[in-house]
Design a protein around this ligand. Structure first.
Ligand SMILES: C[S@@+](CC[C@H](N)C(=O)[O-])C[C@H]1O[C@@H](n2cnc3c(N)ncnc32)[C@H](O)[C@@H]1O
Length: 233
C-alpha cells in the first residue's frame, strides 16, 4: 500500500476569480485554470457533471469517483451543491501525491462560507486515507491513496470527475486502457466529465466505448468533454 510522502513541492497562485490554485513543481502544471479555479471547477465538474446527472438523469443519490483529489475543491463544491439540492452523495477520490495539510489549510475556497463549512473542508483533507466516513448526513467520503493505474474500484459510479494533469504532462493517464477502466467503473448511463478536449483523448474514449460530447470549455478553452456509457440491451 502507498504511504503518504511528506514533501510535495508546490507554490500558491491567485487566479482571476481570486480563488487559489497550486503549481506543482513535480508536474510543472497548475491544478486549475489560472482564469479562475473555483469558476472552472463549477463549470466543468459541477454544472456539466453533477448538475447534469441530477437534473437530466433525475438522480437524487449520486456516487462520484474523482481522479485527483488535489486541493479538495471539487469535493467541497460537490458537497455545497448536494446540500443546496438535498442530494445524497457517496464520494470517492483517488490521489497519489497528496497536497500537504499545511498547504491545504491555507487555501481560500471557504472564505465566503460559514465556520461549519470551513471545518468540513479541513475534514476532507484530514480524513484518514482509505477509510470511508460520513462527512455529513448526506455526504459520505473516502480518499484512496493510490496511483490511478493501480486503482481497482470495488463498486460502480454514476459520475466520474476526470481531473488528472493534462495529456502533455501525464500521457499515460489519458489512454484507451485507462478509459476502458473508467468505462467499466461507471453504471449504465454513467457520465465522465473532464476539462480536456484533446483529439487523441476523445478517440481513446470512443475506442473504450464512450459516447463523447464536446461542450463549451471554461475561460479561453474552446471545449471540454462529457463522455457517457450507454450499454446496448
Ligand atoms: C489537475 S490536479 C487536480 C486536482 C483536484 N481535482 C483539485 O481540484 O485540486 C491533478 C491531481 O491528480 C493527482 N495525480 C497525478 N497523477 C496521479 C496518478 N497517477 N494517480 C492518482 N492521482 C494522480 C495529482 O497529485 C493532482 O492532485
Amino acid at each position: 500500500m502507498m504511504k503518504e510522502k511528506d514533501s510535495h513541492p508546490i507554490s500558491f497562485l491567485v487566479t482571476d476569480d481570486r480563488s487559489h490554485t497550486l503549481f506543482s513543481e513535480r508536474f510543472k502544471a497548475t491544478y486549475h485554470s489560472t482564469q479562475g479555479a473555483v469558476s472552472e471547477s463549477k463549470h466543468v465538474f459541477i454544472q456539466n457533471g453533477l448538475h447534469y446527472v441530477h437534473e437530466q438523469l433525475g438522480q437524487q443519490h449520486i456516487s462520484i469517483l474523482e481522479v485527483g483529489f488535489g486541493t479538495g475543491l471539487n469535493a467541497f463544491l460537490s458537497y455545497v451543491y448536494a446540500k443546496e439540492k438535498g442530494l445524497k452523495i457517496e464520494y470517492h477520490s483517488v490521489e497519489a501525491y497528496p497536497v500537504p495539510l499545511s498547504a491545504a489549510s491555507e487555501l481560500n475556497y471557504t472564505r465566503e462560507f460559514t465556520e461549519a463549512e470551513r471545518c468540513l473542508f479541513n475534514q476532507l483533507h484530514q480524513q484518514e486515507w482509505n477509510k470511508a466516513e460520513p462527512i455529513s448526513d448526506s455526504f459520505s467520503f473516502i480518499k484512496h491513496l493510490t496511483l490511478l493505474e493501480e486503482f481497482k474500484p470495488s463498486r460502480q459510479f454514476q459520475l466520474i470527475y476526470f481531473d488528472a494533469f493534462s495529456p502533455s504532462e501525464q500521457p499515460h493517464l489519458w489512454t484507451k486502457d485507462i478509459f476502458e477502466n473508467m468505462h467499466q467503473s461507471l453504471n449504465t448511463n454513467g457520465v465522465l466529465v473532464t476539462y480536456c478536449a484533446q483529439g487523441q483523448m476523445k478517440r481513446n474514449m470512443k475506442q473504450a466505448g464512450f459516447k463523447v460530447t464536446a461542450l463549451p470549455g471554461f475561460g479561453s478553452k474552446r471545449e471540454m468533454t462529457r463522455a457517457e456509457r450507454f450499454d446496448s440491451i
